[in-house]
Write a protein that binds this ligand. Structure first.
Ligand code: NAI
Ligand code: ENO
Length: 382
């Protein structure tokens, strides 16, 4: 597999040579990237175009956008980077539109969830010199500038897909750009990227949505299924609320990989049906045993090579008023600083589980010792 991880050398907040950056699309991802740029490099000039003018005015009032664009025009010629942040097929169309306004040396990048289609358009338009693909592996089921936040890409992988003509200088600038987002840059061949994301993102989105549709179709008239749906169903279907426009375009720009993996998945489901029909307990048991082993080996911290490793424990607390403050007081008494505390909605262990984050491993260990001494059940997440 052709991939290289670049985390050394890229420093968060290093002075960026990108003085002016243009955004086409300023929703969840574009807005989050722009917010972070303004946080790390307040002097960078940000210009943006999107169809909803009122949102651009809001972004200007927030101090995130300096120049509102009325369309794709001459103004873009001052940009050192132009970043396409609309749904993937629209990004392809914008490549052609921005082409006359790209100054020499400018990097054109995108944040799209699929890469082969846009790279093929780049080749067809002879834009391989200026284009470097990008895909931050973070986001959510929510959309729009209103949901954007500067920390969205923190500790997430930021996949960078160079073209055959990408210079080392442009690649390094992209790596630095990703590191400035507090993300972890990862350089990947664009075809490998699309196969990988088909498996870990696109097929799961299809499965989540079809599962929700199955329940919607099977539910009793009084909606009992919807009412009693528990954590497991909610965990694996959160992404079913994602943008239909965005996902339709993702599926059609990566359809061969998605079809091939869905065929494999269909075979696995057929096998499960056969195992049930033939009372094959062993193979049913094995499904859960092998999936459990692989799932436990996946880090729930964002990125295993994370720049800010997470020091966290999970702890069950009684369901009564003041329970969190009692626990916080115990830790304060031991002089342990808490970075973050919150109810764990995933309920992976049991009801009333809270997650406590610390600044370092020593605090994490001291807190575990203290809480176990006071008979709190404490879990370490692998
Ligand atoms: N939502 C997510 O979790 C992630 C999304 N992506 C990719 O990021 C891109 C943007 O997604 P989001 O920010 O989530 O979507 P969004 O819906 O929040 O934002 C899309 C933006 O594009 C604008 N837009 C849409 N069509 C347009 C058009 N024809 N002309 C001009 N502007 C247009 C919208 O007004 C909005 O500002 C997509 O390509 C998606 O594949 C990548 C990683 C994560
Ligand atoms: O919300 C989630 O868990 C996601 O999976 C977000 C997401 C959506 C699309 C991408 O290309 C990358 C990440």
């Amino acid at each position: 597999m052709l991939w290289f991880s670049y985390t050394n050398g890229a420093r968060k907040g290093k002075l960026m040579k990108l003085k002016t950056i243009g955004f086409i699309g300023l929703g969840l991802i574009g807005g989050s990237i722009a917010r972070r740029i303004k946080q790390v490099h307040p002097d960078t000039i940000i210009m943006a175009y999107m169809r909803t003018r009122s949102t651009l005015e809001e972004a200007k009032a927030d101090g995130i956008v300096d120049i509102i664009l009325d369309g794709v025009d001459e103004t873009l010629r001052t940009c050192d980077m132009i970043i396409l942040c609309t749904p993937v097929s629209f990004n392809e169309s914008y490549l052609k539109a921005i082409r006359p306004f790209i100054k020499p040396g400018c990097i054109v990048t995108d944040v799209g969830s699929t890469k082969t289609a846009i790279h093929e358009t780049v080749i067809a338009l002879d834009m391989e010199d200026c284009f470097v693909g990008g895909h931050p592996m973070a986001g959510s089921e929510r959309t729009g500038y209103a949901c954007s936040k500067a920390s969205l890409l923190e500790n997430a992988y930021y996949v960078i897909t160079p073209t055959a003509k990408t210079t080392q200088d442009k690649l390094e600038t992209m790596i630095q750009f990703a590191a400035d987002q507090a993300a972890i840059p990862l350089v990947l061949d664009y075809k490998n990227h699309d196969y990988a994301v088909a498996a870990i993102s696109h097929v799961p989105h299809v499965i989540a949505s079809s599962l929700v549709n199955l329940v919607a179709k099977s539910d009793f008239p009084d909606g009992t299924m919807k009412k009693i749906a528990a954590g497991g169903f909610k965990d694996i279907t959160r992404i079913a609320s994602s943008s239909p426009v965005m996902w339709e375009q993702i599926l059609f720009t990566n359809k061969d990989n998605i079809i091939s993996l869905l065929e494999d998945y269909k075979r696995a489901i057929d096998q499960t049906i056969t195992d049930l029909k033939t009372d094959n307990h062993k193979d049913i048991y094995d499904i859960f045993e092998s999936s459990g082993a692989y799932r436990s080996s996946i880090s729930d911290n964002r990125g295993s090579a994370t720049m800010n490793p997470e020091y966290a424990i999970f702890c069950d607390i009684p369901d009564q008023p003041g329970a969190i403050s009692v626990l916080a007081s115990l830790l304060a008494f031991e002089n342990v600083s808490i970075k973050n505390i919150g109810i764990n909605h995933n309920r992976e262990h049991m009801a009333g589980t809270i997650k406590i984050e610390f600044h370092d491993q020593a605090s994490c260990e001291k807190a575990t010792e203290c809480l176990e001494y006071h008979h709190y059940p404490v879990y370490q997440k692998k």
